[in-house]
Design a protein around this ligand. Structure first.
Ligand code: AMP
Length: 271
């Protein structure tokens, strides 16, 4: 596993390879990241993982400050997996040396779910993914369905502008079905127990959806119940079509999306 600390060494090391699988991360490596790496390893000749906490996608300074960082541990896990050929650890200037202002703007119909509650977040994500794709030039990028809206927006942008394919990967969960996330490192065991209960409720809510229901009233009611039962702040609980993320009123081709806070940590999930 070769560690690439800047763009010069990246360009030099990647030159011989044209079948690259890329797994972009912000570190805090867990089994969710490893599942993306495994898939890349299966489908591509070489796998490169990046670890870069992109300040431009954080709409909240406190969130950026508290974001889990443990590069030593991350490198140890990645090395042990034996599935990673390159780890790219860029500095801010490696990514943003091209100072051209990003032209990336969300269209109105995409300003939903997290885009509505985290102003500027996806503009930051799309900008960094555009820059990373230009620098790494991978054949495939592996991204998790846990961050479904991110996957949807990045896939739409990159596949329009590059030959790179964005490959969706299933959400990996812990034993209590809580979606793995680097932010879970910031939760205590009570928070994690609540997250497990919220997941169970989500499953129940999805089960109760029938095609003849007034879905938005039903979800508003269930959202209030969740909020009161678990004393959590909920940004949204919405059923949306998986192909275009439009509001949906039937279970087929739809997912139930939630964003909520535990211990001031914002968690997202979709089922
Ligand atoms: P992050 O480090 O949180 O920015 O995530 C890097 C990549 O890993 C993104 O494509 C995420 O969607 C993906 N990812 C994060 N958590 C999970 C999970 N529990 N299961 C599958 N993929 C995940």
């Amino acid at each position: 596993m070769k560690i690439l600390l800047n763009n010069t060494s990246l360009i030099e090391s990647l030159r011989p390879f044209n079948d690259l699988g890329f797994v972009p991360t912000m570190g805090g490596i867990h089994k969710g990241h490893l599942s993306l790496i495994n898939k890349s390893n299966k489908f591509c000749k070489k796998t490169i993982v990046s670890i870069f906490i992109n300040p431009k996608q954080f709409n909240n300074k406190r969130d950026l400050k508290s974001y889990p960082r443990n590069i030593k541990k991350d490198l140890k896990i990645l090395k042990k997996s034996k599935k990673v050929d390159f780890v790219y650890l860029p500095k801010f200037n490696d990514i943003y040396q091209n100072k051209k202002k990003p032209k990336i703007k969300l269209i109105k119909k995409d300003k939903i779910l997290c885009a509505k509650f985290r102003k500027g977040h996806f503009e930051g994500v799309l900008d960094v993914m555009n820059r990373l794709t230009k620098i790494v030039n991978p054949r495939k990028i592996f991204m998790g369905e846990k961050d479904f809206q991110q996957l949807y927006l990045v896939k739409k942008l990159l596949e329009k502008n590059y030959k790179t394919k964005v490959i969706p990967c299933k959400t990996i969960r812990d034993n209590n079905k809580v979606a793995l996330s680097s932010r879970n490192y910031l939760l205590n065991k009570y928070n994690l127990a609540t997250a497990a209960n919220v997941f169970k409720k989500l499953q129940n809510i999805k089960k109760k959806i029938t095609n003849n229901k007034n879905i938005s009233n039903f979800l508003r009611f269930e959202k209030n119940k969740l909020r009161n039962n678990y004393k959590i702040k909920i940004d949204y609980l919405e059923l949306r079509n998986i192909n275009n993320l439009k509001p949906s009123n039937k279970k087929k081709n739809s997912r139930l999306f939630i964003a909520y806070y535990l211990n001031n940590v914002r968690l997202i999930d979709n089922i």
